[in-house]
Each structure stands twice: as C-alpha cells, then as structure tokens.
Design a protein around this ligand. Structure first.
Ligand code: MTE
Ligand code: MOS
Length: 756
C-alpha cells in the first residue's frame, strides 16, 4: 500500500475554514460598480396574477432597475433535464415562493427592502399540496414507473404471514451554511464571468447561455469551493445564477444575488417526502417471501431531478435484503410546492427507510429479535441477485454485521435494556442494528464521465484542475493526494485551483458520491500522458534502459536518481510537452432505461450502525445514548476525511429522521423557513458516545483508485438505526401494540402520537 494514501492529510482548507481565510463566493473581491439583486416572489401557492404593481418598488431607496420575464432574451426556464422550472412568472402562480421579478439596487439590503413593496393582485385557486391528494387526482410530474420480479401476487397468497400498512418519511431542508449565491461580471462582447455556489458549473454555463440566448462558449463559470451543497446546489443554484446574469446583461454591470436564509428555505426545493403502502408476506421465522409496494413522493411543481431520485428509491427498496418476489409502483407526484430536488442519498434513504421499517414491523409481529430477522434476509452467495437483475459480487454485510454485533455488545446491551425497562415506567430504552448497502454510480449512465487538466510548470510545481466541486467533502485533498502519488511528488507541490468551465468542459455534477472516482480517474489519465512524454525523453536523453520510477520527488532509472525539478527543467529545454488533459468514464454500466433492469452501479458500499436510545413517554423526547458504526470505504485514500464524512453523514441523517420537520400551512405557505422553526441537529442531539470505525477489511473488488470506495452519501443512511431504535423503545412501552404508526421525523409530537 502506498504511504501517500495512508498519511491522512488534513482537509486542504481546514485552517482556512476556521480562520475565515477560505474564500467563498461572497468573499470574492467585489467590482466597484457591483449592484445587488433581490427576488420578489409569490405569497400564495396557486392562482392567476391579475395585476402586478411595481411602482413602490421602483421608488424605493437605492433601486436601479427591475427585471421580469420580459427581459429574458432566450428561454424562461432553468429546468435541467425537463422544462418546467420557470425563472419568472407573470401569469400563473404555481407555488409559494415562485419568482415574479427581481429588483436591482445599490446594496443587498436595499434590494430586499424594495422587493417587499410589490403589490401583486392574485385570484387564488385551490392548490394540490399533499401526496395523497396528488395520487387521487393523478397529478404527476412524470409518468409512474413499475418494476416487478417474480410473482408477488401469488406468493403473497401463499405466505404464512401477511402484514400490511402505511409509512411516511419527511422532507428535509439542505441547510448548507453558505446559502444560494451567484455573482455575474460582464466581459467583452456580451461574454459573462459567473461565480456561482453550485455543484454543477457546466450545467450553470449551459443554462445561462440558453436563458441569454447565447452560445455556451460565451459563459465562463468559476467555483473555488462551496459552503455545502448536499444536493441542494446540483440544479437549484441555476435560478439564481440565471437571474444575476439576466440583470448583468441588461444593465451591463456586475450583479450579485445572495439569498438570506428565509428566502433560501422558501425558494429552494428539499428532500422528497415519501408515502409508502406495503403488503409483505413472510415465513414464521421472518423470511420475506413477497413484497408489494406503492411508493409516492412529493416532487413539487416540476420534474427537476425527480425521475432519477425516484428511480434510486426503487433501486434501494431492497437495502441489503434478498426479496424473491416484488412488485413496485412508483408515483412522482406533482404538487403546488417548490420543486423538490437532490439530497444526500438521492432517494436511496427513502427506499431503505421503507424496508427497514417493514422488517422491524415483521419482527414486532413475530415478537422476535429484529437483528436475527435482518440477518436471515441478507443477500448471500446464492440469494444474490437484486430485483433489477444485478448480481451482487462484493457483499460484505454479514461480516460487518457480525463484527459490529460483537464490538457493540449488542446482545448484552439488549438484555440490560430489558432490565432497565422493567424497572422504569416513564423512561424506556430501545436498541437497533441496521445495515446499509448503497449503489455507486450515476444511474443516468452517460453522466459517469469526467475530465482533468494537469500542468507542470518549469520549476516542477503542479497545477491541478478537474471537473469536481469542493463542497467540504474533502474532494480537493483526495485529488491532490492522487496527483502527488502518480507523480511521486510531495503533496505540497500540488496546487489546487478553482473548478472552471474554460479549463475542463462538459462536466457532470459533483454528486452521487462518485466525484473522486471519476475525476481521480481523469487526473490519472492526464498524468499518464505527461509521464509518457517524460519517459520518452528520459529514454532518449539519458539513455535509460530500466523501468522509470517516480518517487520521493525524484525520478529513478538505470540505478540513477535525478530530482523531479531537474528533470522538468531539462525536459522543458528539450521541448517536451508538460501539460495534458485527461478523461475517464466508468466501465461495466448497462441499464435498460425502460425497464430499469440491468447494472446501474459499478459497486456497492456497505455499513452498519447500532443505536441505543431512551425516550420519555410523557414528553415524547428522545436522546441517543450510544451509536456504534462500522462503515466500508474500501481501502481508504484518506481515513481522516472519510471519518468526517461518516460522522457528518450520520448526524445529517439523524436530523432527517428525528428533528427536522418541514411544515406547510393548509394554503401551502411554508411555516418552517428559519432556524427558529426548523431544527437541525446540533451538539445536543449528538449521541453521548459515537464510535465510528472504518471497516478494516475494506477493499473494492472493482479497479477504483487505491481500491477505495465512495463515502459521501452512504453514511447518511446509518441513521435509520436511530429511528428504528426509537420504534423499539416505543414497542417496549407496550408489547401488545406495535410501533408501526411512528412516522418520520420522530419528533416528540410524533413519538407521543404513536404511544397514545
Ligand atoms: N460533505 C460536505 N461537507 N458537504 C456537502 O455538501 N455533500 C454530500 C456528500 N458529503 C456534501 C458532503 C453529497 S449529497 C454528495 S453526493 C457527496 O458528498 C458529493 O461529493 P463526493 O462525490 O466527492 O463524495
Ligand atoms: Mo448528492 S444528493 O448526489 O449531491
């Protein structure tokens, strides 16, 4: 194993993050003539605009201009795949928070104040707000999808036991620390330089070009880092970059558009909440024989990424379990709410939440330990084909589970909990162990490609560029490590630079946890081309006869050793090219987009968590006492960063399932649009003990860099164990009643409702 990959270098910006020196979009030196934009948006969720009176907006202090749909030269749409994401509306209101105009003023606060002075007369109509209403009215953003394996109907009939019920998982606001922001600076010839907090610079470029009715090559997007994205800036950043650019073109001035937290929460989409209806047949031992499932999600007003998100929910309904007969119906519901979007796990968490609840409900019905029932249903060497027809060849879940059961003393603690519960009337404890199996690759196959650009300057220092976005996940650190490893150079000689559409074109979003795999692959390809130039030079110039090795800032051949710096300056004088682009695409992927069957993923990552929780049956509060995790990251490139991702992912998942509740009133107006009403987990929710272990036998069977595995999203789903532990605690209050009524998030209110 190479030492560079075991050094566990700290995040390249760790010190800059904590000293405030890291430059985010709002910290970029502002042009002197910069103007600021604020968006005026709808205050109801459905209606017809009768009159827009912007007189007072115009007369407000510091106002320069107003932008509406009439100022759009190209298309009035920022939809990524499908149309339907209007920039400004002037006729129909389709959701609360829909942009109607933008006001341009001399400061951010003056623009915001002016935006509130609009008088918009709307004839209100009755909106469709909930999943159930949408299903009833067949209101969908995309056609329903179905996937079957075996014969669920007949096997349900034959099953000894049958259980049916409903489940609900809530939405989630991304709550990135840096909100949505963009700054557009006009250049010569109607070209525009755009700084945007986005996970997807290439699509930002393309969409701005279409909105301005210009060629893609006239738009230049630059991103050094973003202050968290979590999927919320995969497409939802486009609207703000587009509005800044429309204004910039109209006024020929630099424009910045930065949302405050409330507007950010109101105007941007969230995780899809899901409704599930299931019928499951199983043996007396708890082995699943057949499953019939209806899953429906609230997509909001437009398709956005909802197709792929709901597909991923279908792909993860099995989690780590072999289900011999299954029948899935998936409905993508259109509601008069802001369009929901990507969020860490991309539908996977919702699918897995469903099956984990079903298994827990089965074990309560049979009054059996749910750990045993989970193990009984795991994929194994024989039962190893998923419902979408992919063979699982890298399964390590049983090993991880057994290690974790031992390490966490699961059975002993379960007994202790029984004792505790028998002595305590009001406080009740629960415990649960749940697995994670998560597929890595974009399920839209063509997105699994990446590019890179590597320069070596004549002093031997390296300039690294690629298509990936640093959003806090440590991407740049890992990619610099990979570059330094490939060139045998010290990590510090690699210069990390902003992601830039003029350096690496046509990139995919940084998403699906695959950014290191993809861009790392492209970097290796670029470096190998430069090295092949250098090697040819070494063979000719130094008359090398042996293999050439790049190590410790030196190059070794013929029992000789010369410094990398010397080699580069000689190579330059001898006119050797020291720069190259690189490209990578994932192999082996193959799916039928009609049936969803085939191989959507290159590999799976695995993990498991044990959560021990205590609930107060009088207040409904809960507190996690201890969480033990073993998580597979293959042969890690950087354990320090991977551990950060596991801890952060777990806590974010915990927020989704316990504290974070999105609430609309009956008119579709968002009630939870600031931290005072929307509760993300903080130190107070962190378990007293959080033991995270990286799976020691981790190894990627596929030829991924260093045999590592993706880590960004999968740990999020470890938090399902905490929700299930709460269910166990509720069940422990009265074993004659199950806890299947608990809906997510398990807020005190929802916990109390499921006890009483
Ligand atoms: N970690 C931090 N700190 N900030 C983020 O925005 N996004 C998550 C995950 N971890 C995110 C994060 C999501 S949704 C994804 S898809 C991956 O990181 C993307 O980065 P990767 O492909 O490099 O793992
Ligand atoms: Mo992550 S939801 O794929 O940006």
């Amino acid at each position: 194993m190479n030492k560079i990959f075991t050094k566990n270098i700290e995040h390249e910006s760790a010190k800059k993050h904590v000293t405030g020196k890291a430059i985010y979009t709002d910290d970029i030196a502002e042009p002197t003539n910069l103007l600021h934009a604020a968006i005026g948006y709808s205050n109801c969720s459905k209606g017809i605009i009768k009159k827009i009176d912007l007189k007072d907006v115009f007369q407000s202090e510091g106002v320069i201009d107003i932008i509406t749909d009439k100022d759009i030269k190209g298309i009035n749409d920022v939809g990524p795949i499908f149309k339907g994401d209007k920039i400004f509306t002037s006729k129909n209101i389709e959701y609360y928070g829909q942009p109607i105009f933008a006001v341009i003023a001399t400061s951010n606060i003056l623009a915001k104040k002016a935006s509130l002075k609009a008088k918009v007369l709307v004839q209100e109509l009755k909106p469709i707000l909930t999943i159930k209403e949408a299903i009833k009215k067949k209101s969908y953003v995309l056609k329903p999808r179905f996937l079957n394996k075996g014969d669920a109907k007949n096997n349900l009939k034959k099953s000894k036991n049958i259980l049916s019920g409903d489940l609900y998982s809530g939405g989630q606001d991304h709550f990135y620390l840096e909100g949505q922001i963009a700054m557009t600076v006009p250049q010569e010839d109607d070209n525009f330089l755009v700084y945007s907090s986005t996970q997807h610079p290439s699509e930002t470029q393309q969409i701005i070009a279409k909105v301005l009715n210009q060629d893609f090559n006239s738009i230049h997007v630059v991103v050094r880092r973003i202050g968290g994205g979590f999927g919320g800036k995969e497409t939802q950043s486009f609207l703000f970059a587009a509005i800044a650019s429309i204004a910039s073109k109209k006024l020929n001035k630099p424009i910045k558009l930065r949302l405050d937290r409330d507007d950010d929460m109101i105007m941007t989409g969230k995780r899809h909440d899901f409704y599930f209806k299931y019928k499951v047949g199983f043996s007396d031992k708890g082995k699943i024989n057949a499953l019939k499932i209806l899953m429906a999600s609230r997509c909001g007003i437009s398709a956005d990424l909802s197709g792929a998100i709901n597909d991923r929910a279908i792909y993860h309904i099995d989690n780590a379990y072999f289900i011999p007969n299954i029948e899935i119906e998936s409905y993508r519901c259109k509601t008069n709410t802001v369009s929901n979007t990507a969020f860490r796990g991309f539908g996977g968490p919702q699918g897995m939440f469903c099956i984990e609840n079903i298994l827990e409900n089965i074990s309560q019905k049979l009054n059996k330990d749910s750990c045993e029932i989970r193990k009984l249903n795991f994929y194994n060497n024989i039962r190893n084909e998923t419902h979408y027809g992919m063979k699982i060849t890298d399964n390590v879940i049983t090993d991880i589970f057994n290690q974790l059961i031992k390490k966490s003393k699961y059975y002993k603690r379960k007994k202790d909990i029984e004792k505790f519960n028998s002595k305590n009337k009001i406080l009740k404890k629960g415990i649960s162990i749940t697995p994670v199996k998560f597929g890595i690759s974009f399920t839209t196959t063509h997105l699994n490609q990446a590019g890179a650009l590597v320069h070596i300057y004549t002093d031997g220092s390296i300039h690294l560029n690629h298509g990936g976005i640093e959003m806090g996940q440590g991407l740049m650190t890992k990619l610099a490590q990979i570059t330094s490893h490939e060139l045998g150079l010290n990590y510090d000689s690699i210069k990390i630079t902003s992601t830039d559409t003029e350096k690496v074109p046509n990139t995919s979003a940084s998403a699906a946890s695959a950014t290191t795999d993809l861009n790392g692959g492209a970097i290796i390809n670029a470096v190998s081309k430069i090295k092949s130039n250098l090697n040819k030079f070494i063979y000719d110039y130094y008359n090398a006869k042996s293999i050439i090795k790049y190590k410790n800032d030196h190059v070794y051949f013929n029992k000789r050793k010369i410094s990398f710096k010397d080699l580069i300056s000689k190579a330059y004088l001898n006119r050797v090219s020291l720069s190259s682009s690189g490209f990578f695409k994932t192999s082996k992927l193959d799916i039928d987009t009609k049936t969803l069957k085939g191989r959507p993923f290159l590999y799976f990552t695995y993990g498991a968590a044990v959560s021990e929780v205590i609930i107060d049956t009088l207040t409904g509060e809960n507190k996690l006492h201890q969480v033990d995790i073993i998580h597979d990251v293959g042969n890690s490139i950087n354990k320090r960063i991977d551990k950060g991702q596991i801890e952060g992912g777990f806590i974010q998942g915990l927020g989704w399932l316990t504290t974070e509740e999105i609430s609309w009133n009956s008119d579709g107006v968002l009630q939870t649009h600031s931290p005072s009403t929307y509760k993300i987990p903080t130190s107070g929710e962190t378990p007293f003990k959080l033991n995270v272990e990286i799976y020691k036998n981790g190894y990627n069977k596929e030829e991924v860099i260093n045999r590592s595995k993706a880590v960004g999203e999968p740990p999020f789903m470890l938090a399902i164990s905490s929700f299930i532990a709460i269910k166990d605690a509720i069940y422990n209050t009265n074993k004659n009643r199950d806890s299947s009524l608990l809906i997510a998030p398990a807020t005190p209110e929802n916990i109390l409702n499921s006890i009483n």
